[in-house]
Design a protein around this ligand. Sequence first.
Ligand SMILES: Cc1cc2nc3c(=O)[nH]c(=O)nc-3n(C[C@H](O)[C@H](O)[C@H](O)COP(=O)(O)O)c2cc1C
Length: 369
Amino acid sequence: MNLYTALLRPLMFRFDPETAHFVTVEACRIAGLIPLVPQLSRACLEYSATELETEVAGLRFANPIGLAAGWDKSGRALRMLDHLGFGFVEIGSISARRSAGNPRPRLFRLPQDRSIVVNYGLPNDGAEVVAMRLASHRSRAPLGVNIVKTNDGFNAPACSDEDILTDYERSVVLMHSHASYITLNLSCPNAKDGQDYFALPGIISKLLERLGSHNIDCPVFLKVTPNPDPAALERLITEAEPFAFVRGFIFNLPQGKPATLHFTTPQTNWNRMPGAVAGKPVERLINTCIRELYCRMPRGRFFIIGAGGVFNAEDAYQKIRLGASLVQIYTALIYEGPAVVKRINRGLSALLKRDGYKHVSEAVGQGLC
Ligand SMILES: Cc1cc2nc3c(=O)[nH]c(=O)nc-3n(C[C@H](O)[C@H](O)[C@H](O)COP(=O)(O)O)c2cc1C
């Protein structure tokens, strides 16, 4: 029990999940404007240790624990996010045009599973507005900007290849000079027949070729469907390899409720909740994907950012030992509060020392046979 789980969480859980999310982001935005509050927060929430410092894709991180995309979709609370103890922060997903996302309700809690079901449909303020916000912000820690194709709504006509590629290109051009790294969220609303557009052979190369003409001056990560099928992973690596600016991968949430997810909540409850599942139920699937990708990818050339079901230091360490160089959290913040970042970092530092590692990078992939 701590202040968050004893008082704040019960209070927040009285609101519907989207209102609670909105209120939290706004509270962070406002707190960031009050003199000394960010510094005070950092003094309480930061944990520094040399073994946690790492370098990935040419970027330096004070610790490997980052905030995953989707919490601050439009970069509204950047100042405060820099003071919560994260080693890096990823904002977005941001699209070329502003999007309202899907109709409400579109966010649900499964407390028994320490999980969130998300059907936001990528609402955000659009790349131009967010680029202006970023232009007046100097981040302490590396800042990732997650970019996605604009969601024009359920009834929008299917997009052509040209529409999709141009949408990504426009956002990347506006964002890359403000970001430490870019993540391309390769999920594509309004694709023909609801297909998984980027699963089609050659499409990722097509997008990267298009972006390659812009001299992108930061590393790019590809956030992809969590499919552990070796053929799919080999194809991903083959399509990314010719593009030097691509430095790694993140696994996204799987679409819907595949049988590979494990719930304790009765199916009749989560069946009524449209969307993707975050938190503990996806951990095993994502960990399998990380392991399978790490075994196949050229090390040093590519890095993995692992996100999915990390709630404590052991969870983060497991992802690192399976091949992730950095780890992101989201659902843990909702259930455990912001102090979870410091707890994970402190615990991770102890685990590294226990196992004789001087730096977290030495532990990456060491859990594989
Ligand atoms: C409410 C919510 C919104 C999200 N929105 C995005 C998003 O806009 N873009 C994205 O790439 N991932 C998004 N994600 C996925 C997270 O970035 C992360 O990959 C996933 O939640 C797994 O981490 P977790 O189990 O710690 O939550 C979202 C997740 C949640 C819970």
